[in-house]
Design a protein around this ligand. Structure first.
Ligand SMILES: NC(=O)C1=CN([C@@H]2O[C@H](COP(=O)(O)OP(=O)(O)OC[C@H]3O[C@@H](n4cnc5c(N)ncnc54)[C@H](OP(=O)(O)O)[C@@H]3O)[C@@H](O)[C@H]2O)C=CC1
Ligand SMILES: CC(=O)N[C@@H](CCC(=O)OP(=O)(O)O)C(=O)O
Length: 351
C-alpha cells in the first residue's frame, strides 16, 4: 500500500527530521504540510535545506482537520505540548489514524498531565482512546498513537527488561539523563542560548521532569509495585543525542554469584530485544552518543558491580530519531504493517 500523509509542524526540529524520513519512505507517495503561523509560506522560504534541487517547493496550508481526513491516510503532529489536546479531537472522533509526537496523550491520567505539564489536559474519554507507541513493547496500537518522549524512550528501553524479569530493587532506581540542545525545540530561550550551553553542563527540571510520570506509568505495566524513581536531567553542549545513565540495586534474593547475576542480566536484555532491529546490546562495552546519532538505534550497555551490588546501565539514542521522528516512522510501519525498517536509518553518522 502506498499512502498520502499529513504533517503538522514541519518547521520544528522533530517535524523537519520527520519530513526528511517520510520523503524517502517507500510506502509514502505524498506529504501534505499544515501549520499555523507559517501557513501560506513556501517551505523553501522557511527551511531551504528541506527542498531538494529539481523538486516541487510545497506550500504549508492552514491546519484543517476536514481537509486532512479527506485527502490523506494519516496525520503526524510534531507540535508542542498543549496543541493536540484541542486540535486532534476530530480525528479521535472519526477514528482517523494519528501519530502524535507531543506529550498530550501519553499519560492516561488527566490529573498527572496537569500536574507535570502545567496545562489543562484532554478529556478522560479522549485520553483513553490513545495508545503509547513504544514499538518494542506495544504491538497492537490504537488509531491514536502517542509517540513516547525522548528521555522516556531511552530510560524505558534500558529498564523494561530488568523490571519485567524482577532483577532489580524497585525502590533503588536512579536515572541521570543528559540531552543535546535540539531536545528543547527551536524556540530560543535564556537557558538554551549558546552562551549558557557552550562549555557548560546545567541541570534543569530536577524532580519535575514531565517524563518521570510517563516512565512510571509504563514501568508499572511490568511491575505495579514500582512506587517512584529518582531522575535528573542535564543539558549537554551538543546538538543531538541523549545518554541515560541508570543505577539500580540487585536484591539479595538474586543471590551472590557474580557470574550468574551477570548472565541473568544479559539474558533479560536478550529475551526482550532479540527481534528488535533498532536495539543494539553492547554489554560492558558502553556505547557513546556518537554510536547512535544519525540512526534510529538505541544502544544499551551495562555492568554489574559486585562490591556495591549496583547494576549500571547506559542507554543512548538520537533524540530527534529514536526519541521523536524515527520512532514516529516505526509507529507508522507497525500500524500499517509495512517493513519495520522502511524509511529508517540503521547506521549512525559516527563523525
Ligand atoms: N526535539 C526533540 O528532541 C523532541 C521533541 N518531541 C516533541 O515533538 C514536538 C515538537 O517538538 P520540536 O520539534 O522540538 O518543537 P519546535 O518548537 O521546534 O517546533 C514546533 C512546531 O509546531 C508548530 N506549531 C506550534 N503551534 C502550532 C499550532 N497551534 N498549530 C499548528 N502548528 C503549530 C510550529 O509551527 P510554526 O513554525 O508555524 O510556529 C513548529 O513547526 C513537541 O511536542 C516535543 O515535545 C518529542 C521528543 C523529542
Ligand atoms: C533538552 C530539553 O529541554 N529537552 C526537553 C525534551 C522534552 C520533550 O520533548 O518533551 P515532551 O515530548 O514531553 O513535550 C525537555 O527536557 O523538556
Amino acid at each position: 500500500m502506498n499512502m498520502t500523509v499529513a504533517l503538522v509542524g514541519v518547521t520544528g526540529y522533530a517535524g523537519s527530521v520527520l519530513y526528511q524520513l517520510l520523503q524517502s519512505h517507500p510506502n509514502v507517495d505524498k506529504i501534505l504540510l499544515f501549520g499555523k503561523i507559517n501557513a501560506g509560506k513556501h517551505l523553501s522560504d522557511l527551511i531551504a535545506g528541506l527542498v531538494q534541487f529539481h523538486q516541487a517547493d510545497p506550500v504549508i496550508s492552514v491546519f484543517d482537520a476536514d481537509v486532512i481526513m479527506a485527502k490523506t491516510d494519516l496525520v503526524f503532529f510534531a507540535t508542542p505540548a498543549g496543541v493536540t489536546k484541542d486540535i486532534a479531537l476530530p480525528f479521535i472522533q472519526a477514528g482517523f489514524p494519528v501519530i502524535d509526537l507531543s506529550g498530550d496523550f501519553r499519560l492516561h491520567a488527566a490529573a498527572a498531565y496537569e500536574k507535570w505539564y502545567h496545562k489543562p489536559a484532554a478529556d478522560h474519554d479522549y485520553l483513553a482512546k490513545a495508545s503509547y507507541g513504544l514499538v518494542e513493547t506495544h504491538q497492537h496500537p490504537a488509531h491514536y498513537i502517542a509517540n513516547p518522549g525522548c528521555y522516556a524512550t531511552a530510560v524505558l528501553l534500558g529498564l523494561i527488561p530488568l523490571v519485567k524479569e524482577h532483577l532489580i530493587d524497585l525502590s533503588s532506581i536512579i536515572v541521570d539523563a543528559k540531552s543535546g540542545v535540539s531536545g528543547a525545540g527551536k524556540s530560543p530561550s535564556a537557558s538554551n542560548h549558546f552562551v549558557s550551553v557552550n562549555d557548560n553542563l546545567s541541570l534543569y527540571k530536577v524532580n519535575q521532569h514531565q517524563h518521570i510520570p510517563e516512565i512510571m506509568q509504563e514501568l508499572q505495566l511490568f511491575d505495579p509495585h514500582l512506587k517512584a524513581i529518582q531522575m535528573t536531567t542535564t543539558l549537554l553542549p551538543i546538538t543531538r543525542g541523549i545518554m541515560a545513565s541508570i543505577y539500580a540495586k540487585i536484591p539479595d534474593e538474586i543471590g551472590d554469584d557474580e557470574t550468574q547475576i551477570a548472565e541473568k542480566i544479559s539474558q533479560a536484555f536478550e529475551n526482550s530485544y532479540q527481534n528488535d532491529p533498532f536495539i543494539k546490546l553492547c554489554g560492558p562495552a558502553f556505547p557513546s552518543i556518537k554510536d547512535v546519532v544519525g540512526s534510529n538505534l538505541t544502544a544499551i550497555g551495562w555492568q554489574y558491580n559486585p562490591v556495591t551490588r549496583i547494576l549500571f546501565v547506559v542507554s543512548v539514542i538520537d533524540n530527534l530519531l529514536k526519541g521523536a521522528a524515527g520512532q514516529a516512522v516505526q509507529n507508522l510501519n507497525q500500524l500499517f504493517g509495512f517493513d519495520p525498517l522502511a524509511g529508517l536509518p540503521l547506521m549512525p553518522a559516527l563523525v
